[in-house]
Design a protein around this ligand. Structure first.
Ligand SMILES: [Cu+2]
Length: 133
C-alpha cells in the first residue's frame, strides 16, 4: 500500500511537471496562414518591455503538430519620424513544430510580427500585430 502511494505520488509529480509547461502557457497570438496555424505563447499571454521568453508552435487546422524547419520571428515597430524599430528573436528548436525564443523590446507599443518557416512544400511566412505593454 505504501509502495503504491509512493508510485502514485511520483506519477502525479511527473504529470504535473509535464503538463505545467504546456498548460501554464497562454497564447499571445494565434494566426492562420493557409493550412498552418502559428501560435506565440508565454506564461502571461503578453509581451512586455524588456526581455521576453516565448514559444512558437506550428499546428495544422486539425490541431496536429506541423514539423517545420528554419523558423524565424522578427518584429518591427513604426516610429513617427524615425526608421522603424526592428527586433528579431533568437529561436531554438524545442520538439516537433515547436521553438523556444527570446526577444527584447526597448519600449512599449504595437509590433508587426513576421514569422517564417520551411516545410516540404517550401518557405512560408505570416504577418500579424502584437502589442508590447
Ligand atoms: Cu519603438
Amino acid at each position: 500500500m505504501r509502495g503504491r502511494m509512493l508510485a502514485i505520488t511520483i506519477v502525479a509529480g511527473l504529470l504535473a511537471t509535464g503538463i505545467a509547461t504546456a498548460a501554464d502557457l497562454k497564447p499571445i497570438k494565434s494566426q492562420r496562414a493557409k493550412d498552418v496555424t502559428v501560435t506565440l505563447l508565454n506564461d502571461t499571454g503578453q509581451w512586455k518591455v524588456g526581455s521576453n521568453s516565448f514559444v512558437v508552435e506550428f499546428t495544422s487546422l486539425d490541431k496536429k503538430v506541423v514539423e517545420v524547419a528554419k523558423a524565424t520571428v522578427s518584429t518591427s515597430m513604426a516610429m513617427p519620424g524615425m526608421a522603424p524599430m526592428i527586433a528579431g528573436a533568437k529561436l531554438q528548436p524545442d520538439g516537433p513544430g515547436r521553438y523556444r525564443g527570446t526577444i527584447r523590446f526597448p519600449d512599449a507599443g504595437e509590433r508587426q510580427v513576421t514569422v517564417s518557416w520551411e516545410t516540404a512544400s517550401g518557405r512560408s511566412s505570416t504577418r500579424f500585430s502584437v502589442p508590447v505593454r
